[in-house]
Design a binder for this molecule. Structure first.
Ligand code: SF4
Length: 350
């Protein structure tokens, strides 16, 4: 006779299998979710949504914060967590739960829905059709942030990035749906985000509006965040802004930087060779900008306010320290200096 599977047992296993955070939402909390985003269509008999959080260690951002080493976050902080670390933990936890006779359906963080358009989130019938009348189009696009909120792990910040008391904005999520009836966690009632707008002001793409917001209502609660321009976000993320991308060549044409495109500006298309090695894991484009506003600026702010429960011996960013920006003047000066040095070496050789 197998013992009864409890929420405490699931959480203990999740942590032993590599997750840093684990919360549980009951499926009734998804009442009101638009059909295309409702995880109940993935597993109609599910009783529990288990959310696993994987921290992005603070040190992954260090090189980008200093402006001297960009491969750390690109290589380890994005695709590595989504495509290698979290799927392994998901698999082990699925097997653990199924050993108790309950089905466990993983929803890994490696897909874009394949049914809705990236920029508008509107259904794209050219991508897929429902297999039966009344069903959503495959694949249902689960919102991990909403799941994490319903599982009591924290709150969605003004930046639309999820904030937890442990790691601030530094984590990624996956979920697992199971028919095991597990005790749900209470919804987080704290207030980590104080609407300081530092995320919006520091966003290199200007992608977060300081005046317009978007909101949803889940589990009877309204959640609001700043309106996000996903194309601006995507372009900035891919390094399309020369002030924040040291790998862009001097004299890059302004129209290339300004021209937006799906998942990356024209700058990336043209100059990807300069930082192509920074693609984190297959399928992921290089996050060369290092989440300057929505993650790093926000983390520095939460740390300054002393609202995080995990503290370090040293601050992420010293108080008053300004993040780096590459000015046109500096690029020009540096280029001239180097050309002079190179010319000097050549002259000496002669
Ligand atoms: S920086 Fe963080 S705390 Fe401040 S508004 Fe943005 S999400 Fe909220």
């Amino acid at each position: 006779m197998k013992p009864t599977l409890t929420a405490a047992m699931v959480k203990e296993q999740a942590k032993a299998m590599g997750a840093d955070l684990c919360g549980i939402a009951s499926m009734d909390r998804f009442e009101g979710t638009p059909k295309q985003f409702d995880p109940r269509y993935i597993f109609p008999k599910a009783k529990s949504c288990i959310v696993l959080g994987f921290r992005i260690p603070r040190g992954y951002f260090r090189g980008i914060e200093e402006g001297t080493f960009f491969a750390g976050y690109a290589g380890m902080g994005y695709g590595n967590i989504n495509q290698i670390v979290s799927p392994l933990s998901l698999r082990y936890l699925c097997c653990y739960i199924e050993d108790f006779g309950w089905e466990a359906a993983p929803v890994p963080n490696i897909y874009l829905g394949n049914a809705v358009k990236f920029d508008t989130q509107q259904l794209a019938p050219e991508y897929s059709v429902p297999v039966r009348e009344g069903l959503p189009n495959p694949d249902v696009l689960v919102d991990y942030r909403v799941c994490a909120y319903l599982a009591g792990l924290g709150q969605i910040g003004y930046s639309k990035v999820f904030l937890t008391p442990e790691f601030g904005p530094f984590q990624r999520f996956v979920i697992l749906l199971t028919d095991a009836p597990l005790e749900p966690d209470p919804i987080f009632e704290g207030q980590l985000c104080d609407r300081c707008m530092r995320c919006a002001r520091a966003c290199t793409g200007g992608a977060i509006s300081t005046t317009e917001t978007e909101s949803i209502t889940v589990a009877g609660r309204k959640i609001e965040w700043g309106k996000l321009d996903v194309i601006k976000c995507s372009n900035a993320y891919m390094g399309a802004h020369k002030e924040y991308n040291p790998f862009l060549p001097n004299g890059i044409e302004p129209e290339i930087l300004n021209e937006a495109g799906y998942h990356g500006g024209k700058a990336y298309e043209k100059y990807e060779g300069n930082w192509t090695g920074y693609g984190s894991v297959q399928g992921h484009n290089p996050p060369i900008e290092g989440a300057r506003g929505c993650m790093r600026e926000c983390y520095a702010h939460l740390e300054e306010r002393g609202v995080l429960t995990r503290n370090f011996h040293n601050r992420f960013r010293e108080k008053g320290q300004k993040p780096w920006v590459i000015s046109d003047e500096w690029r020009e000066k540096y280029t001239q200096q180097i050309q002079k040095e190179i010319t000097g070496v050549v002259d000496n050789d002669e």
